[in-house]
Ligand binder design. Structure first.
Ligand SMILES: [Zn+2]
Length: 275
């Protein structure tokens, strides 16, 4: 029973746990450690559960970030909430405080591959400061603390003038339901990320919006996963639940901060439901 926790570093509406995922993440690392959970890289967990076998520590847990921005990697000044410690530096701070505590300390950042999509989102969804770069991906991988995973080519996001989707239907991922559209969103993204920052996490896919459809989860992704060198090995939605070897690897559950839990007590309740 493995919980996978998800944070959005862009979720900054103040500086309290409930309205700032950086604050929540720093606090949760301490809680996870205090409760005896063992952080492991998500790609390693996926390999152990579904591919190569191998044993995992009791009370294994994984950490993920969605919709990667530079807030994952760089300390940045938020216009209203002030300076924010990056998610990576929060992990480094934790490791400095507890040097031996979590040898598997690692988080998986699900990134949007297309440079045009990131530029459009930076203009439309952030504050047009050029805070959705890919220049930090290789350094994040080299830190040993972060993996760069696949959150699609362009998120099929409505801020884009043109998306890869064949009918220009935007704002959801349910309409990615042909081989051509799935290749454009998932295969092309995996190839781009691999060129920019080769790392084992690229074989993990996070469904944009948490939208999981039958075509992707029952047909397209299983077909790709069955090949000898799959570019995708597992896919994550946003249904609450624990991951086990019996889970559907093409629709794995995650707990999302700010949605499935909003406080230390609520996360404690989730974690104690299995420990
Ligand atoms: Zn997303």
């Amino acid at each position: 029973m493995i919980p996978v926790l998800t944070y959005h570093a862009l979720n900054i509406r103040g500086n309290d746990y409930a309205n700032n995922d950086h604050v929540a993440f720093a606090s949760d690392l301490e809680l996870i450690n205090k409760l005896g959970w063992r952080i492991q890289p998500l790609h390693h967990i996926v390999d152990c559960l579904f591919y190569k076998g191998g044993s995992l520590p009791d009370k294994t847990i994984a950490l993920t970030f969605d919709d990667a921005t530079d807030f994952d990697f760089d300390d940045l000044p938020h216009p209203t909430a002030g300076m924010q410690r990056s998610m990576l530096n929060i992990m480094r701070d934790f490791a400095a405080r507890h040097p031996e505590a979590q040898p598997g300390l690692h988080a998986t950042s699900f990134v949007i591959a297309s440079p045009e999509a990131r530029a459009a989102m930076d203009r439309a969804c952030i504050i047009d400061r050029n805070w959705m770069n890919d220049s930090w991906w290789p350094e994040a991988v080299a830190s040993g603390l972060m993996g760069i995973a696949n959150h699609s080519w362009d998120h099929n996001h409505e801020c884009m003038e043109r998306v890869a989707q064949r009918n220009q239907e935007k704002g959801n991922f349910f309409c990615i339901d042909t081989d051509a559209d799935a290749d454009a969103q998932i295969r092309e993204a995996a190839q781009f990320i691999t060129r920019r920052a080769p790392n084992p996490s690229v074989a993990l896919f996070g469904y944009p919006y948490g939208h999981v459809n039958e075509f992707l989860s029952k047909d397209y992704l299983p077909r790709q996963g069955a090949s000898s060198a799959p570019f995708v090995k597992a896919a994550f939605g946003t249904d609450a639940g624990m991951m086990t070897h019996a889970s559907d690897r093409w629709n794995l559950p995650r707990y999302v901060c700010g949605w499935h839990w909003k406080s230390t007590d609520e996360l404690t309740a989730i974690l104690s439901s299995v420990s």
